[in-house]
Design a protein around this ligand. Structure first.
Ligand code: EPU
Length: 418
């Protein structure tokens, strides 16, 4: 357990580098299980969720080293082992071992995955898709058993567009004989990274980046080298922190092609910035920010993970900001904390709220809710009057690498207390 002590009021200044993508790291690591040999993955964020997923690899008999963001994995001695609640329950990304083990071993037994408390997190679409490829599934209260001695390609139309569901079905289909089509597939940058990695391993995936994926099964894949893209949510987090503190920060190493929706919202709010090459330079505001409409969706729309970062900016914006996040029913909980800090918020249903600004926030003691709400509250603490303490700050460490250190180099008054 650790906490962050934050004293608000400093404008952030300087430059910061964007970390490698958390949500691309999980499917790419799981994909390494599909081939024998040694894979080398660069730009892997050193965050606790990645460390936890490596524990699963460890149990499965894979050998790895992870230093300076380079992950080297050898899966020659892979074994099929039951995955316990203790391993699976630490994060959501663990569910990707379902697709990977089904493809390589044709059977698996695992506990249900964990993840942030942001709403119900069903896996029915993953399981329906596996069944359409020929898998037999047995579910009990605590374990999931899947067997598929014979898999055959099929057409899968997802009932709900799901990120890890799409990734799981891709992981199985690449080694499934015949042609698999995944319709209404997720198109997020991390799903695209997985597809590119798999194609480099010898898979045949067409339609990357579209909701219509066509996968022609191959017999074997080979280990390869790959570099993860920049984490788009990390980039937006530092942009939001800079903008909220009226700071001047160059956010470097971003992949601008993945940031159309959040950058368009920064523009609508009136954030003063320039984006070119791989840098977003947030500058001191020329005029007060103004309220806007924030609606999340499937990529390339605004990611739900980026929504809480705009909620905190809304407290500084003049007028009304309406927020509609239909993806998770627990994604507006952070607004209750902002309300306690002094924000003016009107709640509709669990998916809708309105923030009226500008309001001054007051520092307070807060229990960190989940990774993204945690980042939003941390930004709130940076602009609040006085001191805030964020308890359970290790929840933020699950997704952000050394966020306290990076903010400190920008001039934030933040201290980690173990
Ligand atoms: N859904 C179903 N059935 C399913 C799967 C999902 O109904 O079988 C619904 C969910 O209830 C939700 C929607 O579909 O309403 C989208 O869920 P999705 O499956 O896409 O979410 P996920 O794959 O569990 C990933 C990210 C999350 C991110 C969501 C949405 C990873 C490891 N996690 O979760 O990231 O919020 O996609 O973009 O990739 C985070 O990084 O902090 C985080 C929570």
């Amino acid at each position: 357990m650790c906490k962050f002590k934050v004293i608000g009021g400093n404008k952030l200044q300087g430059e910061v580098w964007v970390q490698g993508s958390k949500n691309a790291a999980f499917p790419v690591i799981a994909a390494c299980v599909l081939a024998e040999g040694t894979s080398r993955i660069e730009n892997v964020p050193d965050i606790s969720d990645v460390r936890n997923i490596l524990k699963i690899l460890d149990l499965l008999g894979a050998e790895y080293s992870f230093e300076n963001h380079v992950l080297i994995i050898n899966t020659d001695k892979l074994q099929n082992k039951d995955l316990s609640r203790e391993l699976m329950g630490k994060l959501r990304g663990s569910i990707l071992f379902a697709g990977a083990l089904l493809a390589r071993m044709r059977k698996l037994k695992m506990a249900y995955p964990g993840g942030d408390a942001i709403g119900k997190r069903p896996i029915d679409q993953h399981l329906e898709g596996f069944k359409l490829l020929g898998a037999k599934i047995q579910e009990s209260q605590s374990f999931l058993e899947i067997r598929a001695p014979h898999l055959v390609g099929n057409k899968i139309v997802l009932g709900v567009t799901t990120v890890t569901g799409t990734e799981n079905l891709i992981l199985v289909s690449v080694l499934t004989p015949g042609v698999t089509e995944i319709r209404l597939a997720a198109t997020e940058p991390h799903v695209q990274s997985l597809c590119r990695f798999l194609n480099q391993m010898g898979a045949k995936i067409e339609g990357i980046g579209t909701p219509f994926l066509k996968i022609i099964g191959v017999k074997k894949l080979r280990a390869t080298n790959f570099a993860l893209e920049a984490d788009e949510i990390d980039a937006v987090t530092f942009c939001a922190a800079a903008a909220a503190t009226d700071g001047h920060v160059a956010v470097r190493g971003a992949n601008l092609s993945t940031l159309d929706a959040p950058l368009a919202i920064f523009q609508r709010i009136g954030v003063n910035f320039e984006a070119a090459g791989s840098t977003i330079e947030i500058k001191e505001p020329k005029a007060p920010y103004h309220g806007t409409r924030i609606v999340t969706g499937v990529y390339p729309r605004l990611l739900t993970d980026e929504q809480p970062l705009f909620g905190v900016l809304a407290t500084k914006a003049v007028g009304e900001t309406s927020i509609h996040d239909w993806i998770w029913e627990g994604r507006l909980g952070y607004l209750k904390i902002l309300q306690e800090m002094g924000a003016k918020v009107e709640f509709g249903d669990v998916h809708r709220a309105r923030v009226y600004g500008p309001t001054e926030l007051q520092g307070m003691e807060i229990k960190t809710p989940d990774i993204r709400a945690g980042a939003s509250i941390l930004i709130a603490a940076l602009i609040a009057k006085g001191q805030s303490i964020l308890y359970n700050a290790e929840i933020i460490d699950r997704g952000y690498e050394r966020i306290d250190e990076r903010l400190r180099t920008l001039g934030a008054k933040i201290e980690r207390i173990e």
